[in-house]
Design a binder for this molecule. Sequence first.
Ligand code: GUN
Length: 314
Amino acid sequence: MNAQVMDGKTVAQSVLERVKILSERFWEHTGRQPGLAVIMAGDDPASAVYVRNKKKACRRVGIAFFEVHLPRDADESRIMEQIHRFNMDDDCDGMIIQLPLPEGMDADYFLEQIDPGKDVDGFHPLNTGKLWLGTAPIAPCTPAGIIKILEAYNIQIEGREAVIAGRSAIVGKPTAALLLARHATVTLAHSRTTRLDEICRRADLLVTAVGRPGFFGADHIKPGAVVIDVGINRIDLDSAGPKWLALDSPIADKLRENGHALIGDVHPRAAIERASYFTPVPGGVGRMTVAMLMHNTITLAGIRLGIDPGDSPV
Ligand code: GUN
């Protein structure tokens, strides 16, 4: 079987175009742009890239971007101060705390301080509860992006067996809630699951979010399955690299050229040979996350101001 690639870039672009229209409509109603605040502490290099991408996306769709960057050793009260400031700021419609926070800081404690109506990540416990109840106005960005990309390719969810590998609060658990709400039979597997390969092989729809480069191989994929790879793992030529050089794929070229490359949780050859559809890394789900953040921001902005943003909630 030669699987069809699900192009996250194209789907994300169409989401961003839609958000641009909605944010112009918001401007016509309110005389201002919708606003998104990002609070980052420390200097995690991956986080810095993500924040830059969020800023770029905001500029592209007409969302005002408020960025606060605190040092790694910032006092916790300074983070709290910023959260409360944006909670009160009428020009701010959505707020995120970029994760991970520096070691020793309790992210859950801060997430609970965000006004649930401005919680564009959907990580506040109230919104987590609402997601499982089916009453949340938005869903966490990566899981929402997974649903959007499945819909874009007309993949049937109802009645199908879905296996999600990885039980994080950011991806695994909310993805389970969204697929369940769409009538899939959901298994949430994790690092202590025994016979993971057998369980994954049952899946019509396999979502991998474990952060282990190329871990899922042919043994994990049922022929014809739809494979959504959420892993974004950097491999370096000097350490894990040599094993990937023999691969007939752009990953090997990237490794040779740059000394490093990005690879998903799924072995690229296994995905191509076994799946019917799969999301590539890069260019798959990663692209969707930022687009859905923009979508969540305009949705919450509309709700906050009593303006129908024109889209049904995810
Ligand atoms: N770090 C990695 N993914 C995310 C995300 O979706 N939201 C936030 N706030 N931080 C992240």
